[in-house]
Design a protein around this ligand. Structure first.
Ligand code: NAD
Length: 472
């Protein structure tokens, strides 16, 4: 790992500057796009279960107000600091722009290792954090809308909603103050797996582009590809599962405590259950334990997917990475030094701020659902099914033939909420992939896909600022 003084925000700025030269924006606009608009650093006390008082350090950063509300997850991790939250908030601005989600970028972080706190303590911390955000007007359906990130999930989002709702009685759109909620609390079906599914859709689309794959010495398509995933949390677990379901071979998996490999392929669900039962990913029947969990990053595979934390591949270990494609499911898993190594080696890096945009895309769908107060599919599903049944009946009558039962089911089916969410996400990821690839192709000077993604993002945010006009 790089030393503690390594600046993640500095790395984001370096990538931004590299791309800015390929755009037409004047330096003032570029500066405004790049800068963090508002940084809220807070400290508050909580009483631990043993009666002691602990002061908690936490942040919420609103990187850009070019569109509101701001949007971005909340992270619970011992490594959280202002630099990290600023970097993640900036990535959110660019990510939202790339996938055409009309939000500014934001991010939150609480500097705790959640494993060291009881559920009751975590609830107190989350509720107090929310109260601090409310006091400073840093949360609200039209202001700033948090979501889950590393170390948080549906449970924490429900606490945030409950705290916000209690302090805004009667606010009809209160459910839109946070996304990633349980479905019973206004969440949307498909949000839980959205980031992993988006990573899969994005990489599948890249794998379907013939000339890109030829350049990497790979065949087109996902089927049969050897995939290794670091981190079996929300993003990594679902990403690995979607790849396995599509016929890829999961040859390596890494967690905090170690890594395993199997050339024959690992069953993701069964590895996940093994870890749940034994407390470790290691010693999974039929797989080989790797001496260090970072060894998995260097194993022979086609697609490497870091889905844990930032800066895991740097100038030191990048030269030993053998994958042909790296899919950044985590935010910032590669340092700029690693990027340079891969650019020289011809390894394709599919960048985080577009690849893991599935979470924010489906969060956007959840927010829209909250504002419209109706479940997707509720009005149209039955109508579509009745219409399809009628059309099918007419075809069968006119042709004198009957369709097979499984085909009948498929044709008749009216969309449920999850069908609409998945299809909206698929369309978003496919469109974003081609927009970035076409920008890259249109200018041979653009060195890599990350720079191309930044160019797309800068152009969209720049247009937004230019059209808004800068306040005199
Ligand atoms: P999570 O807490 O659900 O899972 C992270 C997993 O990584 C945990 O199981 C943890 O034990 C493991 N891990 C930690 N250090 C590791 C190491 N050194 N080696 C191997 N495994 C390690 O978090 P998540 O929500 O899946 O987020 C993971 C990454 O994806 C983060 O960078 C986050 O910012 C990014 N991301 C998440 C979302 C989302 O919707 N949750 C959206 C976009 C991006």
């Amino acid at each position: 790992m790089p030393d503690k003084h390594y600046s993640f925000f500095g790395a984001v700025e370096r990538s931004f500057n590299k791309a800015a030269g390929f755009t037409k924006w004047e330096s003032g606009i570029l500066e405004q796009i790049k800068t963090c608009n508002a940084v809220f650093q807070m400290r508050f006390p909580i009483k631990r279960d043993d009666g002691s008082i602990e002061v908690i350090e936490a942040y919420r950063v609103q990187h850009s107000h070019h569109k509101t509300p701001c949007k971005g997850g909340i992270r619970f991790a011992a490594e959280v600091d202002q630099d990290e939250v600023m970097a993640l908030a900036a990535l959110m601005t660019y990510k939202c722009a790339i996938v055409n989600v009309p939000f500014g970028g934001g991010k939150g972080g609480i500097k705790i290792n959640p494993k060291k706190y009881s559920a009751y303590e975590l609830e107190k911390i989350t509720r107090r954090y929310t109260a601090e955000l409310i006091k400073k007007n840093f949360i609200g359906p039209g202001i700033d809308v948090p979501a889950p990130d590393y170390g948080t999930g549906e449970r924490e989002m429900a606490w945030i909603l409950d705290t916000y709702g209690a302090m805004h009685p009667g606010e009809i759109d209160a459910a839109g103050c946070v996304t990633g909620k349980p479905v019973t609390q206004g969440g949307v079906r498909g949000r839980r797996e959205a980031t992993g599914l988006g990573v899969f859709f994005g990489l599948r689309e890249v794998c379907n582009i013939k000339d890109v794959m030829e350049k990497q010495g790979l065949t087109t398509g996902v089927e049969g590809k050897r995939v290794a995933v670091q981190g079996l949390g929300n993003v990594g677990y679902h990403t690995a599962k979607f790849f396995q379901d599509a016929g890829a071979k999961i040859v390596g998996l890494a967690e905090y405590e170690g890594a395993i490999r199997s050339d024959a392929g690992l069953d993701v669900e069964s590895v996940f259950q093994h870890r749940k039962k034994t407390g470790s990913i290691l010693n999974y029947p039929g797989a080989q334990n790797l001496p260090k969990n970072t060894d998995m990053l260097e194993m022979d595979c086609d697609i490497l997917i870091p889905a844990a934390l930032e800066n895991v591949i740097n100038g030191e270990n990048a030269p030993r990475v053998k994958a042909k494609i790296i899919g950044e499911a985590a935010n910032g898993p590669l340092t700029p030094e690693a990027d340079e190594v891969f650019a020289k080696k011809g390894i394709l890096v599919v960048p985080d701020m577009y690849l893991n945009a599935g979470g924010v895309t489906v969060s956007y769908f959840e927010w829209l659902k909250n504002l419209s107060h109706v479940r997707y599919g509720r009005l149209g599903k039955r109508f579509t099914e009745n219409l399809n049944a009628h059309i099918l009946g007419q075809i069968e009558e006119l042709s004198g033939k009957k369709v097979k039962d499984n085909e009948r089911e498929l044709i008749m089916h009216g969309p449920d909420e999850v069908d609409l969410v998945y299809s909206g996400l698929e369309e978003t990821m496919i469109a974003a992939t081609h927009e970035i690839m076409n920008t890259w192709k249109s200018n041979p000077e653009i060195p890599d896909m990350r720079t191309s993604a930044y160019v797309v993002a800068i152009n969209k945010v720049g247009t937004s600022y230019a059209e808004l006009g800068i306040f005199p």
